[in-house]
Design a protein around this ligand. Structure first.
Ligand code: PEP
Ligand code: MN
Length: 536
């Protein structure tokens, strides 16, 4: 490695998070092996670009203003094995279909973010689990304590006691390359016209079983095709519009839980801030830029190029922890999961850290910031405010708790100076996990009772969220939804929905190694439900 790149690296390091407690830290057998992988990743190109991140920031500002809707969807835990063209296309098509249905109902652009191309790390409540193994020769059963599965980038799911699920740092390098291959396929599909809104019928809707859903979709497509024909007739073909056009917007952003801070840091780069004189100067810092010493905080930003946005999990959001500190240090928009244990005052403290007041040159300030003030003693042409859309608050309380726990959280937000900058997302999945009443039919002694979610609970949480916001919080709005789903049509992990799956059907197509996901048809059910809500 050249001396020059080593010195660039020194300035990438944000010393403060490293001195704080890192929840869910992984114990690698060899720190040297881990460090050597990190050194390799530091020299690899970013997976996304600072310009793309800035583009998402602009779109999220519109979501915060209520002018766009956010749809964040994907697997609970992505596996390296999911990096196959059919599966990637299926997820992409489902996201496009859902957004089309939402655009039709809400009459707003939809910002699409996938839990994809890097959603490999999982936080666990227990570090180990007990598995039973049957000796194939003697038939004797024995119990083994092995590490919990922490996601494909940490250890292998295979519960062979011999492997013990020992963490292997090489998996982080594999994660990088699987993310890169997945993202490359997404980019090439979008560039090849997968998202052509003139041909939505090709998006494989024919697999939907429910004839009512089929008919609904036909009518959405008909009205859209009419609108497109009309626009072409009057010479305003939306495909000639700028990318901000509702119909021609084919951006698709990637996200994952920012759990493995070493990996996130290794993909974080210093980027020169644009200046009024040179507004397009955002680019990675070259070692020669550093010849005259360290860059100052005023001239550079840190961009985490592992994804356009990452989120802070409900288990790693400690106020004084390493994760909150790392998240506060990057320019990317960030999410924070909010479960029932979050106190309203704690939420505001986290928001203060993640989205502090920043100075905005008056000339450059626009509708993108809010809550401006000019503290005494500061230069009058600088205003201070919050960056709009910087934080997505992803609320996951569960259908049973949303009515009691949501109002105090919303009251605190509405009374704070975050109210205009925040994006409120409803995650109706993580508070609604339950165990299937049916014991596993499999003869595998390691078979666990299935984790599932009721479609009815998922819908009920979304509707309660909407009801509470619209009746009691006129200054706030639902910015979007965060869903665990799969484009796979045969998956049976959640019960209910227009396919009328029963808990006893789950074993038939249960594929998740982590949380249960909505299948293709159930996902469209949710999209139609939201679409109807906004239309009426
Ligand atoms: C998840 O999104 O898969 C997850 C683990 O969420 P939470 O942090 O909300 O439990
Ligand atoms: Mn999950």
């Amino acid at each position: 490695m050249s001396g020059a790149s080593a010195s660039t690296r020194e300035y990438h390091a944000n010393p403060t998070w490293r001195s704080k407690k890192e929840a869910q830290q992984v114990d690698y057998p060899s720190q040297e092996a881990f460090q050597s992988v990190m050194n390799r990743i530091e020299r690899l190109p970013g997976l996304v670009s600072p310009n793309e991140i800035d583009r998402l920031r602009t779109q999220l500002a519109s979501v915060a203003e209520g002018n766009a809707f956010l749809l964040q969807t994907g697997d609970c835990a992505e596996l390296f094995d999911y990096c196959d063209p059919e599966q990637i296309q299926a997820k992409l098509k489902l996201s496009l279909l859902m957004s089309l249905i939402l655009i039709w109902g809400a009459r707003k652009p939809v910002v699409r973010i996938g839990r994809i191309a890097g959603q490999y790390a999982k936080p666990r409540s227990k570090p180990t689990e007990i598995v039973t193994k049957i000796d194939p020769v003697t038939g004797q059963a024995s119990q083994h304590e092995i590490m919990s599965f922490r996601g494909d980038n940490i250890n292998a799911f295979s519960a062979e006691p011999a492997s013990g699920r020992i963490p292997d740092p090489e998996r982080l390098l594999q994660a990088y390359f699987h993310s890169a291959a997945t993202l490359n396929h997404i980019r090439s599909e979008l560039a090849s016209g997968l998202a052509d809104l003139h041909a939505p019928r090709q998006w494989s809707f024919q697999h939907v079983q429910s004839s009512a859903l089929q008919a609904e979709f036909e009518s959405v497509v008909d009205s859209l095709t009419d609108a497109l024909d009309f626009m072409r007739t009057i010479g305003a073909d939306p495909s000639t519009f700028s990318s901000s056009s509702v119909l021609n917007s084919v951006d698709y952003f990637i996200s994952h839980e920012g759990l493995s801070l070493g990996y996130e840091e290794a993909l974080t780069r210093l980027v020169r801030k644009p200046t009024p004189a040179n507004p397009h100067s955002a680019r990675n810092v070259h070692p020669s830029d550093l010849a005259n010493g360290a860059p100052t905080g005023d001239s550079f930003d840190r961009y985490d190029l592992s994804a356009h946005t990452i989120w802070l999990g409900d288990r790693t959001r400690q106020l004084d922890g390493a994760h909150v500190d790392f998240f506060s240090s990057i320019r990317n928009p960030v999410g924070v999961k909010v479960g029932p244990s979050m106190k309203p005052s704690e939420l505001i403290q986290i928001l203060d850290i993640l989205n502090p007041d920043v100075p905005i040159p008056a000339a450059a300030s626009s509708a993108r910031t809010s809550g401006w003030s000019t503290p005494s003693g500061t230069t009058p042409n600088i205003v201070y405010g919050k960056e709009k859309g910087r934080v997505m608050v992803i609320i996951r309380l569960g259908a049973a708790k949303v009515t009691s726990h949501l109002p105090p959280l919303l009251e605190a937000i509405a009374a704070s100076n975050h109210k205009d900058s925040i994006i409120l997302l409803c995650d109706p999945m993580h508070g609604n996990t339950q165990t299937s009443p049916y014991p596993p039919a499999s003869s595998d002694p390691n078979a666990q009772p299935l984790k599932t979610r009721s479609f009815g609970d998922i819908i009920s949480e979304i509707l309660s969220f909407l009801e509470i916001i619209s009746s009691d919080f006129p200054t706030l709005h639902l910015g979007g939804v965060h869903l665990e789903l799969t484009g796979d049509k045969d998956v049976t992990e959640c019960f209910g929905g227009s396919m009328r799956l029963e808990p006893k059907d789950l074993e038939r197509g249960y594929k998740s190694h982590c949380d249960p996901r909505l299948n293709f048809e159930q996902s469209l059910d949710v999209a139609f439900l939201l679409s109807h809500y906004f239309r009426n």
